[in-house]
Design a protein around this ligand. Structure first.
Ligand SMILES: [Zn+2]
Ligand SMILES: [Zn+2]
Length: 302
């Protein structure tokens, strides 16, 4: 099963040429989930040759414009393109009012059902599940209601013990991989799951934390994830600004990664005062070496 993250936008509030507002496309087994939808996200999807109507679910972290101003436009375009499948959108309280008012005043009737789920809660909670992935939300600390998201693939099938495969017919392999013993004509166990299989690969997890001040209460929610995206709006020299604006420095993002024992950290949401990632990476890597930048257009495979 494939599990990839495509960076569509990784800038902060003030856009720059080549730096777009937040949006990431998560693909699990080719099923598409959008996290955040900053202004221009639909153009970024077109530029990256991604089919807008393949998106099945949208998760919005918070209602600062750089994370959702693209949502009304994206949903309108989905309708203009003749989408019939429903779409589900998750986000903070107020999201439903914002979206429905836009469509009400413009007299827009969508061609599909739009379900908006407003989140609450002060803990990690399961909010969405399908055959391929499970999504959880958890609170961030950003001055307004703000959520991080954890995407987890569904467990794969059991693995067959290699040197026993030659004993089995294809049908029997399928049964065993699905956890069912193979029985003979008399109903006795012919091939037992426990002796012919090994556990499936560990499930992969991706955590998205933007925007937030340095917040250790999120550590239990993101422990040992394969990839953590954490905002790193500022450098250490501007830490006071980070605190004042409820954002994080690169070193703080790296500290969160280290304390959560994640496998890899990806930083983004840099303030427009910084030209590139160089100094952020240097600072973050001094605390947590396995840090990468969120480069727009890049895909990261878990
Ligand atoms: Zn932001
Ligand atoms: Zn924000």
């Amino acid at each position: 099963m494939t599990f990839t993250i495509k960076i569509l936008g990784a800038g902060s509030a003030t856009p720059l040429k080549g730096r777009h507002h937040s949006a990431q496309l998560v693909s699990v087994n080719e099923h598409k989930y959008l996290i955040d939808c900053g202004e221009g996200t639909q153009y970024r999807l077109i530029e990256e040759k991604l089919n807008i109507n393949k998106i099945e679910v949208i998760f919005i972290s918070h209602l600062h414009g750089d994370h959702y101003y693209g949502l009304v436009g994206l949903i309108s375009t989905m309708s203009l393109l003749g989408r019939k499948n429903q779409i589900q959108v998750f986000g903070p309280a107020g999201l439903n009012d914002i979206i429905t008012l836009n469509f009400k005043i413009s007299n827009t009737v969508l061609a599909f059902d739009l379900f908006i789920h407003e989140l609450s809660g002060t803990d990690k909670q399961k909010i969405y599940e399908d055959n391929y992935a499970v999504f959880y939300s958890f609170p961030l600390n950003h001055g307004i209601q703000s959520f991080g998201y954890l995407a987890e693939e569904k467990p794969g099938l059991l693995k067959l013990v290699k040197n026993k495969i030659s004993d089995l017919e294809v049908e029997e392999m399928v049964m065993l991989k699905n956890g069912k013993d193979v029985l003979d004509d008399q109903g006795n166990i012919k091939f037992a799951v426990k002796s012919y299989t090994l556990p499936p690969e560990p499930v992969r997890q991706y955590a998205y934390c933007s925007d937030t001040i340095y917040e250790e209460s999120i550590l239990p929610y993101i422990q040992e994830v394969d990839l953590l995206y954490h905002e790193a709006t500022y450098l250490e020299e501007h830490k006071e600004k980070a605190i004042r604006n409820n954002h994080t420095t690169a070193i703080e993002a790296a500290l969160i990664a280290k304390k959560a024992n994640v496998k890899k950290l990806m930083i983004g949401h840099l303030s427009s005062r910084y030209e590139d990632y160089e100094a952020h990476l240097t600072e973050a890597k001094s605390v947590f070496f396995n840090t990468i930048p969120a480069i727009e257009g890049k895909s990261i495979t878990l």
